[in-house]
Write a protein that binds this ligand. Structure first.
Ligand SMILES: Cc1nc2ccc(C(=O)N[C@]34C[C@H]5C[C@H](C[C@H](C5)C3)C4)cc2n2c(-c3ccccc3Cl)nnc12
Ligand SMILES: [Mg+2]
Ligand SMILES: [Zn+2]
Length: 317
């Protein structure tokens, strides 16, 4: 399904160091969406190389090329849950591994499975919140197609990916939130299998929501994409005679209030928990808080303005 020419050129090109793609590539303040989409596959190779995955897992260049091309092709083009979402989620995962020194807290294979899950976690997403096939199995076969890769590693990575990708369902996150709080308060115990699994889930959710940890301009642009997707799902439900929840109803959704609620009750607690276990993550939680304050400023401005609408999609600063 991927063109042999694309595989060949991606197999033979020199892999740049991430800092060659952007001097701030490793900084949490960097917005990965600033990298043009046609450089994102090279960005993936660059992160695989810099994370030492290519040598550690003996991944052949042509298998890696085929893998990232298949993953990118596996994404459809809804406003938000497209390839650029997967790429930005993986880029935040790269930053977490580097800045939080996660190799001291998790095994090589867990970090590898986490990074690959970030790339694959929303494959085939159709922009509605219930259609999700874990098609990562077939693309993963490409990664292991080369002889010499050890089959049990493959099976272990698949088993880890299943749990990690399931963790991207926010309903699952809420289910384990009590355990995450207990772990963060007591301190992470890397000899506990439960802690390792729970930390992987928390890290995956942190990556999935990471657009909210970037500077305001990114957050605002991403909110517009998310509500564009939500509202077309709402329109679809209405065309079937169903009444969508307010968040998906373009006539009723109050975006600033919904975003303040999401940041307050979902995103901020995730990054605060991370900050309790990894000092460098405090900066990330602070930026989510800044973004929440920005939404509150906008919400107050709209209230002050006569005829200001909380439903309009464009917001003045
Ligand atoms: C900025 C932003 N806002 C978001 C506002 C709302 C929701 C959302 O799914 N809400 C809920 C609200 C209740 C209880 C559960 C299940 C359903 C019913 C739906 C969650 C997600 C939002 N989200 C995500 C995101 C993360 C994971 C999967 C899908 C998405 Cl879209 N990534 N970024 C954002
Ligand atoms: Mg998802
Ligand atoms: Zn996602």
């Amino acid at each position: 399904k991927v063109s042999p020419d694309d595989v060949q050129s991606l197999s033979q090109c020199d892999i740049p160091h991430p800092r060659m793609l952007d001097a701030d590539f490793i900084q949490f303040s960097y917005a990965p969406r600033s990298l043009h989409e046609d450089k994102t596959l090279l960005g993936c190779l660059s992160m695989f190389e810099d994370l030492n995955f290519i040598s550690r897992w003996r991944i052949r260049r042509d298998s890696l090329a085929r893998f990232v091309l298949m993953v990118k092709k596996g994404y459809r083009n809804p406003p938000y849950h497209n390839w650029m979402h997967a790429y930005t989620v993986a880029q935040f995962c790269y930053q977490l591994i580097k800045n939080l020194k996660l190799e001291e807290s998790l095994d090589d294979i867990e970090l590898f499975a986490l990074f690959v899950s970030c790339l694959c976690h929303d494959i085939d997403h159709r922009g509605t919140n219930n259609s999700f096939q874990n098609a990562s199995k077939s693309v993963l076969a490409a990664l292991y197609s080369s002889e010499g890769s050890v089959l049990e590693d493959y099976q272990q990575v698949l088993d880890l990916m299943r749990d990690i990708v399931l963790a991207t369902d926010l309903a699952h996150h809420f289910k384990i939130l009590k355990q995450l709080r207990e772990m963060a308060e007591r301190g992470y115990d890397k000899s506990s299998l439960k802690d390792r699994k729970n930390l992987l889930c928390l890290l995956m959710t942190s990556c999935d929501l990471s657009d909210q940890t970037r500077p305001w301009d990114n957050t605002k642009k991403v909110a517009a994409l998310i509500y564009k997707e939500f509202f077309s799902q709402g329109d679809m439900e209405k065309s079937k005679g169903l009444q969508p929840i307010d968040m998906m109803d373009r006539e009723r959704a109050q975006i600033p209030a919904l975003q303040i609620g999401f940041l307050d009750h979902v995103a901020l607690p995730v990054y605060k928990l991370l900050g309790m276990m990894f000092e460098p993550a405090h900066e990330v939680a602070d930026r989510v808080n800044d973004n929440k304050n920005h939404w509150e400023k906008i919400s107050n401005l709209i209230k002050l303005k006569r005829g200001g609408s909380q439903v309009r999609m464009t917001f003045e600063e």
